[in-house]
Design a binder for this molecule. Sequence first.
Ligand code: CTP
Length: 244
Amino acid sequence: MHSSQNPASTAPPIRRRLLITAGPTHEPIDAVRYLGNRSSGRLGVHLADRAAELGWQVTLLLGPTSITPSHSGVHTVRFRTTADLQRELAQAFPDCDVLVMAAAVADYRPAHARTGEKIKREATGLSLTLEATPDLLAQVAAGKRPDQWIVGFALEPRDRMLDSALKKLERKSLDMIVANPLETMDAEGIDATILSRTTTEPVAPGPMSKAAFADFLLGLLDARPQSSRSSQAPALHQPTHSKR
Ligand code: CTP
């Protein structure tokens, strides 16, 4: 890490390298159709802008969405499919200190995309065979360095949100997970609960704008331990809290 050598510069020093993924994936069915989801990428884009303002070095891997960062310091790389994102992540991950995996990655994609044609309408209907996509987060987490910190997201029905998020935190070897109820997708606001390996209680800051939540999350990332590895981590808690 370097800090600015120019005493006259008003730019804050670069403190960390942040890699953010955001937005949906589009998985092709044929030349003009795809399977997608309603993710807007709004939270990831706010996070990228705010982090750049605060002096982080930011790379944003951004899916097909119309929302884009406004800060000129955000290095944005566009992706469309899960396979594109997998490739970009493999390239960018070694150079980051913190990965925030906010992208709404498809769980399934057409097994045989017919990208060279437009499928004709047939009165008898059409069946698509879907195959599971690779779990990108689990893949990168499996190869992370002890000094890297990985934040995942979990989008779940409210009644099982914390249980599922806790299982994902463990299963994917994450350092932190941001659990959101289903209504968060494509919404202006967020009502997240954050679980991490290094704190004993879930943190639930309450409903707020995604821009405000970006600030809140960056504050937690600033305060994170500088080196973490699951083998050294404190015991995982059970989510026994009552929200707020
Ligand atoms: N994710 C990923 N690769 C996938 C699917 C999801 O990296 N193929 C990441 C998302 O970016 C998110 C986290 O995994 O940070 C959780 O995504 P979610 O869709 O909630 O969970 P899944 O892993 O798909 O698990 P499940 O479908 O069982 O809830």
